[in-house]
Design a protein around this ligand. Sequence first.
Ligand SMILES: *Cc1c(COP(=O)(O)O)cnc(C)c1O
Length: 358
Amino acid sequence: MKKYNFGAGPSILPQEVMKATADACVEFGDMGLSLMEISHRTKEFQAVMDEAQALFKELLDIPEGYSVLFVGGGASLEFCMVPYNLLEKKAAYLNTGVWAKKALKEAKLFGEVVEVASSADANYTFIPKDYEIPADADYFHITTNNTIYGTELRQDLDSPVPLVADMSSDIFSRPVDVSKYGLIYGGAQKNLSMAGVTFVIVKDELLGHVSRTIPTMLDYRTHVDKGSMFNTPPVVPIYCALQNLKWIKAQGGVKEMERRAHERADLLYAEIDRNPLFKGTAAKEDRSLMNICFVMADEYKELEADFLKFAQSKGMQGVKGHRSVGGFRASCYNAMPLEGVQALVDCMKEFEDLHKKA
Ligand SMILES: *Cc1c(COP(=O)(O)O)cnc(C)c1O
């Protein structure tokens, strides 16, 4: 049976990306050695790093004056590195979910933090829009896609202070106007690569302005100066990212990724809204194209476990919602084919035929 992976992360990658990465783990190019056993200082690996950074910049049309870094630690370490490097007195955060809240918590270790708005009281079902960004903040932090709650901010905001964004789960799903951001980061394992590497896009002129001493490994300048080669970088995840970046380019780039994301999301949300057994959880105007969250309609609540079992029996993997939302979450990252979403929609229709009350 064909399986479709709707898991939120680590998540689906194109078959050819996984295949090329697996091949390189056995034999890298014509070196007669595995990618896993060669030095990161070889010219062969340096070429991988250079091409990955160049393609990253090309696909997102990143302007001059920004560096692309590949580091370890996950997005979670960035929650701490961002304030370590940028927070002198005060930072502003938009609280749109569990990840945003974790980022905010870390920032409090370094200075004053203003929560400009929060949708916590509504279980993060929407993204607040009415708020003021303090003009004296060192930066304003947002989470563009709230992986757990299925809300997404797809515009590049205007901010009077440097804008910092966690784009872990929607990077490369749309064109981004990078010039509006001071820093963008994310774990790779949602829409870029396998777990183990973290990407950071940083505007160089933002660095070096805080008065505290920053430990070497946590200082972005170390990684900018050394081209992400200060210490041994996660070579296999970086190679995997490069394969995926090549795949995105071959498909038509981020514009095409955006078109496909809309196509998939339109199909699934239309079924959620039509099918009387289900209902969406996020405010319509803030619905994520990446993580599509839904639950059983009230009068069908008792069927939740049955639907999960039914969907799984049809090859739908990872559609269980996060425990803080319940229900279902279909993650539709770049590599999810439209036919996967169609298969899930067919499954929902079939389930309706079996269980719809008269
Ligand atoms: C998954 C996720 C994280 C955490 O990433 P790690 O790499 O596991 O630390 C942070 N932010 C968002 C938006 C995520 O989806």
